[in-house]
Design a protein around this ligand. Structure first.
Ligand code: F6R
Length: 607
């Protein structure tokens, strides 16, 4: 994940910027850079690779500015070269950026037509030129120019911006990616997380979604998304005592849910060349064209990610996929085909059952690939090929961001398979990539109204049993929703394929059993709606999670959770978020130990 730092100081800031970036190294990066305002103009140093390369450069050619921004970049748009490293700048503006600017191609074309010359392949540079252009219209007023530019950006992002000629000014903005302000003595700080700022100050303010902050040495003015001046609480940071802190969230689980727009951007961009709009992962080093079958195995939430993968891979890449929970597959003595690929999915990379199946598959001559979050884990080390998820450390026991990052990696694999086997045309590939590119923004939209989940929690907390229904690719989401609810709220919940309702579970339906239906408007929507009506006819209380309108259900609903319209390929990534929020808020309402539910461990290293 990329990292942002900024300092408005009273002495040269370059060494402090590098030290702060070092504290963000754990997020992973492949280039770094800093820029400062020096005698009224902008100066910058950037280097590929590790921070020591940047530090050596700065030692040779020091930066003297008292105001500066810094960035560690994990390549998304464009290769990890010096020219693509942040900060990006024009003569007047320098920008560091986390996240994705979705409409950067259109902005770039419009700005190029106006005479702006681009020097990188990044989406970020479009922001630099856009603000530079808006400065002309705003009579060189940086605040007005940034405000005008923000109104034109689509995507999920965090920005830190400094200006030539403005030594006492830094502007920050967030939409989907976190940002924190640090308050020092005549000094202000900016960071993508509090850890970066821990040695400098423990008094911090988290920006809210849509906020823009104008920092001066004397303090910060914060404006909300409507442009109104707002006060945001300054709190004492815990970051110096924890390597990974909760930010301004009550629980790690909440923080991890909210990190999804950012970590999904990073995971997707590991597999997809966003600038080209196509999948790109030469590191895979596997011949995907001749696979006879893929066998997926995993446990719990990771297994449900695999189930989504089965639907995607079979539909788009036309490869047969067998999937089983690892604790079953390990003892089934299943015959495995010649030229088969065995794929393992695990956040920790240490799950005992998953590892046992991996070893069995290896002994049967399968090629071994794994989707893991911990790159140094045993499963990663014993695999021929690793497809990483870039979720960062997941502390909450209930998996959230690791799950959606597993989906992102599986989406990438599906596109790679489809390309290799000729089942996904270049046009379809562009369409699917565009859909994926929009996921972080849609996730941010979904998280905008959490009050509805708090209201729903009140009703759900009274239930003894809850059913989740979904059809097709939404069926694994129903399973995952039920698992999430039961593990953290201790309410009994089951997920079913909606078509199975009549084959048994319908006997459970009465007015005391809430039924949560995951039903985006896809080709199976009408069939799911029929099941909804069967439930309603028996007095069941329905919570509909859908991009469709409430009346499409044709019956009264207990709640309607509206999800934005999106490409159907991306539905599993998006619908994961409401089901996480339902479980989270219900558990918080019930007062359970959300981050460490009873009887559960984060890493299951025993059978
Ligand atoms: C549920 C959950 C578990 C894990 C499972 C596999 O929220 O987190 O079901 O998904 O224990 O763990 P990993 O992914 O580490 O193999």
């Amino acid at each position: 994940m990329c990292g942002i730092v900024g300092i408005l100081g009273v002495k040269p800031v370059s060494q402090d910027l590098i030290d702060a970036l070092r504290r963000l190294e754990y997020r992973g990066y492949d280039s770094a850079g800093i820029a400062t305002v020096e005698n009224g103009h902008l100066e910058r140093r950037r280097a590929e690779g590790k921070l020591r390369n940047l530090e050596a450069l700065v030692n040779d050619e020091p930066l003297k500015g008292l105001t500066g921004i810094g960035h560690t970049r994990w390549a998304t748009h464009g290769k990890p070269t010096e020219s693509n490293a942040h900060p990006h700048m024009s003569e007047k503006v320098s920008v560091v950026h986390n996240g994705i600017i979705e409409n950067f191609r259109a902005l770039r074309a419009a700005l190029t037509a106006k005479g702006h010359v681009f020097h990188s392949d990044t989406d970020t540079e479009a922001v630099v030129h856009l603000i530079t252009e808006e400065l002309k219209a705003a009579n060189d007023d940086p605040v007005a120019a940034v405000r005008a530019a923000l109104g034109q950006l689509e995507g999920a992002f965090a920005l830190g911006i400094v200006f030539a000629g403005h030594d006492d000014l830094m502007i920050a903005a967030r939409s989907g990616s976190p940002l924190v302000i640090g308050h020092g003595d005549e000094t202000m700080y900016l960071g993508s997380d509090a850890i970066a700022l821990a040695p400098f100050t423990s008094e911090i303010t988290y920006l809210d979604e849509g906020d823009m902050a104008v920092l001066r040495r004397s303090g910060a003015e914060i404006y909300d998304v409507s442009g109104a001046r707002v006060e945001r609480l300054a709190i004492k940071s815990q970051a110096s005592s924890f390597l990974v802190d909760k930010g301004n969230h009550r629980h790690f689980m909440a923080k991890e849910i909210h990190e999804q727009p950012e970590v999904i951007s990073h995971t997707l961009s590991h597999y997809i060349d966003m600038a080209e709009g196509r999948v790109d992962y030469p590191e895979l080093g596997l011949d995907l064209a001749d696979l006879s079958r893929i066998t997926i195995s995993a446990c719990g939430t990771a297994y449900y990610a695999g189930l989504v993968g089965k639907y995607w891979i079979e539909r788009y890449a036309r490869v047969p996929v067998e999937i089983d929970v690892a604790s079953e597959l390990r003892y089934r003595e299943a015959p495995l085909p010649k030229d088969g690929l065995a794929l393992f999915i695990s956040q920790s990379g240490e799950t005992a059952d998953t590892l046992a199946v991996l070893r069995y598959c290896k002994s049967q001559g399968q090629r071994i690939a794994s989707i893991v979050n911990v790159r140094t884990s045993t499963i990663a080390r014993e695999s021929d090929v690793v497809l990483p998820t870039l979720a960062g450390p997941e502390i909450g026991v209930a998996s959230t961001k690791a799950f959606t990052c597993q989906l992102a990696a599986l989406a990438g694999l599906t596109l790679l398979l489809g390309r290799a086997r000729g089942t996904i045309s270049p046009e379809l590939e562009q369409e699917l990539v565009q859909g994926l590119l929009e996921v972080p923004r849609h996730m941010t939209e979904i998280m905008a109204d959490e009050a509805q989940y708090e209201r729903l929690a009140h009703d759900l907390s009274k239930a003894r049993d809850v059913l989740y229904l979904g059809r097709g690719i939404n069926y694994p989401l129903a399973l995952e929703g039920a698992l999430k609810l039961k593990e953290i709220s201790y309410i009994h919940a089951e997920g079913y394929a909606a078509g199975e309702l009549k084959h048994g579970p319908i006997a459970l339906i009465d007015e005391n059993v809430p039924v949560i239906v995951v039903a985006p408007e896809d080709e199976l929507h009408d069939k799911t709606v029929s099941n909804v009506q069967e439930v309603a006819a028996r007095g069941g209380q329905i919570i509909l999670v859908s991009n469709g309108e409430e009346d499409a259900a044709g019956c009264d609903l207990m709640a309607h959770i509206k999800v934005p319209d999106a490409h159907p390929f991306t539905h599993p990534l998006l619908y994961a978020v409401p089901i996480q929020l339902i479980a989270y808020h219900t558990a918080v309402f019930m007062g359970t130990d959300v981050d460490q539910p009873r009887n559960l461990a984060k890493s299951v290293t025993v059978e």
